[in-house]
Design a protein around this ligand. Structure first.
Ligand code: ADP
Ligand code: MG
Length: 620
């Protein structure tokens, strides 16, 4: 038999390794921007063409490189940031592994220009497939420029995997935002296809936050600053009023690198406790500084995930720091425990976690609902109530019996109802035209039907009706638009403006006619005709919040999200008094829905109290 094993050619091995570091244009942006600030730049410009697919360039005024370094920096494991093996363990989590430029050179065409302040001439290099194809001296101001062209030109499979320009551009903006937040003392700008999207003057963190997220945060930020021997935390959190329904603007940095850590995010959010509604997320931009040795090195750095050697300490500390900040601004009603010097010892920080915090966690909503759910499950399956599910479902047999008992129903009604019954999924929603409909607690619509009484949640029902209506509007010619006499000016943050810009045609389809009007500003020329509201800006903000979440930007998914956001906004609310006609209308339209029993959030829309249940309960 022939031998089968062969060693991969170097350029192929490089490409494969590069795939781990550079997955999309945004990953290269992160690496290049971080290199620029590592080089001590005070000004960093990012130039993007075609969402980074044809060009990404970062120009900095940092220390620059010598001619030799310029050639060497593209080598695998080439770095100036690690000098001893010990350093490797301390720094590798922060992304200093000397892999970024090597990876970029393996999957794109690169042009590097660089000059140190002490050198008369700079160096210009061109690379393709990791090989230098041209080198010459060049005139260049102090610093470095790295341009990467035609990302994945030699890995078509990866290129095809990239998403639409709008989506890739948003990933890029996110990475840009992370680095810009961490270094407010550095000037940053970003242009896309020649248009400047960000222009961030040097300043302090608070100014940077407002530049990035808009003026509306100006009076809404609370400073956080706590120091211990173990770690420091500083930054800003949003007042409870800034909490949003989606986990959008939450930024956590460890030693100036952006990280994701759901556990710590939970520590922050839970510090708000009853101050914000469950399931809403406050703004934060927080910076943790600690000895890098306290960070677990076995986590892949490009994934932005991070583990701490002692996570519980960090959790307790962060949570108390947030409580402290909220309390200082007399927002929190009370403090858990303060962080006076006496408490700065590790033990003292640990203690509250193991005692108070545990109790507190057990009293918390998540814990309780978890426990309750388990108990409910036990009762449901082991007690003789296990057939209670039947009360909520009709069986074909029952229907027959009921029909026979109701001779007074006219033939026409019979055929109407037959139609409903044959509809999949909503066999049990049958409003009798002759029976009364009334409202309970201004929240439920109650009516009689053959098998019993139906109690329908007005808000959930109407939301479902509108959701299906909006969803089907995507297929047709769209929603009717009511032109407004006085166009409304909509001001947005740069990021939001970008998102809106990328979905203008979709918004128009849904009845929102917006026109760009200067930087980050739009004019609302028209709104959905059938669904007037007194606050279109708020509706747009809700839509934005829903579609912004970058994890779900497949076109289909985000249209669905947009439909949901609009349905939520336009539907009647619990607590609203409804006329009988409106209630009938909602029931009727719900009965025509494709999915009339379960709300798009997964909640039941109505329940039924069956006649059998009544008979059984009264025993007569
Ligand atoms: P790392 O950042 O992990 O060291 P990189 O591949 O990103 O690895 O960069 C390799 C080396 O190239 C860096 O250690 C640094 O010495 C040099 N370098 C990269 N970018 C710049 C820059 N913008 N200015 C100056 N030196 C740079
Ligand atoms: Mg680097």
């Amino acid at each position: 038999m022939e031998n089968k094993i062969q060693t991969l050619p170097a350029h192929l091995a490089n490409q494969i390794a590069a795939g781990e570091v550079i997955q999309r244009p945004a990953s290269a942006v992160k690496e290049l921007l971080e290199n620029a600030v590592d080089a001590g730049a005070t000004s960093v410009r990012l130039i993007v063409e075609d969402a980074g697919k044809s060009l990404l360039q970062v120009i900095d005024d940092g220390v620059g490189m010598s001619e030799t370094d310029a050639r060497n920096c593209f080598g695998r494991h080439a770095t100036s940031k690690i000098s001893a093996v010990d350093d490797l363990f301390r720094l590798s989590t922060m992304g200093f592994r000397g892999e970024a430029l090597a990876s970029i050179a393996a999957v794109a065409q690169v042009i590097l220009k660089t000059r140190r302040v002490s050198d008369e001439m700079g160096t210009e290099l061109e690379l393709e497939n990791s090989v230098v194809t041209r080198q010459q001296p060049c005139a260049f101001s102090q610093g470095t420029s790295v341009a990467m062209k035609n990302l994945f030109f030699n890995v078509p499979a990866r290129r095809n995997f990239l998403r639409s320009n709008a989506v890739e551009l948003r990933y890029i903006s996110e990475e840009f935002t992370h680095v810009a937040l961490a270094f407010p003392e550095v000037f940053f700008s970003m242009t896309n296809n020649g248009q400047e999207i960000f222009h961030l003057e040097r300043g302090v963190l608070k100014q940077r936050i407002i530049q990035l997220f808009g003026n509306s945060l100006t009076s809404q930020l609370v400073a956080v600053k706590e120091k211990t021997d173990y770690l420091d935390v500083s930054g800003y959190i949003g007042k409870p009023a800034t909490a949003k329904k989606t986990r959008g603007e939450q930024y956590l940095f460890v030693n100036k690198r952006y990280v994701r850590n759901p556990y710590l995010s939970h520590a922050i959010v839970s510090a708000y406790e009853e101050m914000i509604p469950q399931g809403s997320f406050p703004f934060f931009a927080l910076f943790i500084e600690l000895d890098p040795a306290q960070v677990d090195v076995n986590v892949h750095p490009t994934k932005q995930e991070i583990k701490f050697v002692d996570e519980k300490i960090v959790y307790a500390f962060i949570r108390s720091a947030i409580r402290h900040a909220l309390a200082q601004f007399s927002i929190a009603p009370s403090m858990d425990f303060n962080l006076e010097p006496s408490i700065q010892q590790l033990d003292a920080v640990v203690k509250p976690y193991t005692t108070e915090n545990k109790l507190e966690a057990e009293g918390g909503g998540i814990y309780k609902s978890f426990i309750q759910r388990h108990q409910a499950h036990r009762i449901g399956s082991s007690s003789n109530l296990s057939n209670w599910k039947d009360f909520f479902e009709s069986s074909p047999k029952e229907k027959q019996v009921v029909q026979a008992d109701m001779p007074q129903i006219s033939n026409q009604l019979e055929t109407e109802m037959e139609k409903w019954r044959s509809r999949p999924g909503n066999a049990s929603l049958q409003l009798l035209f002759t029976s009364p409909v009334f409202q309970l607690h201004q929240t439920y619509i109650v009516f009689e039907q053959h098998q019993g009484i139906t109690i329908l949640h007005q808000q959930l029902a109407h939301q479902q009706v509108l959701f299906e209506k909006f969803k089907s509007a995507w297929q047709g010619k769209g929603m009717a638009i009511q032109q407004s006499l006085f166009p409304q000016v909509i001001n947005l943050s740069p990021i939001d403006a970008q998102v809106i810009q990328s979905i203008l045609p979709d918004l128009l389809h849904m009845g929102y006619q917006l026109e760009p009007f200067g930087s980050n500003t739009f004019l609302l020329q028209g709104a959905p005709a059938d669904h007037p509201t007194d606050n279109d800006q708020q509706v747009l903000e809700m839509i934005l919040e829903d579609v912004k979440d970058s994890t779900s930007m497949l076109h289909q998914q985000y249209r669905e999200r947009m439909s949901r956001a609009m349905a939520r906004k336009h539907a009647v609310k619990s607590g609203a008094r409804l006329a009988e006609e409106t209630m009938r209308d909602i029931v009727e339209r719900l009965s025509l829905c494709q999915q009339s029993t379960i709300h798009f959030d997964g909640k039941p829309i109505f329940i039924e109290v069956k006649n059998d249940f009544l008979i059984e309960s009264f025993g007569i």
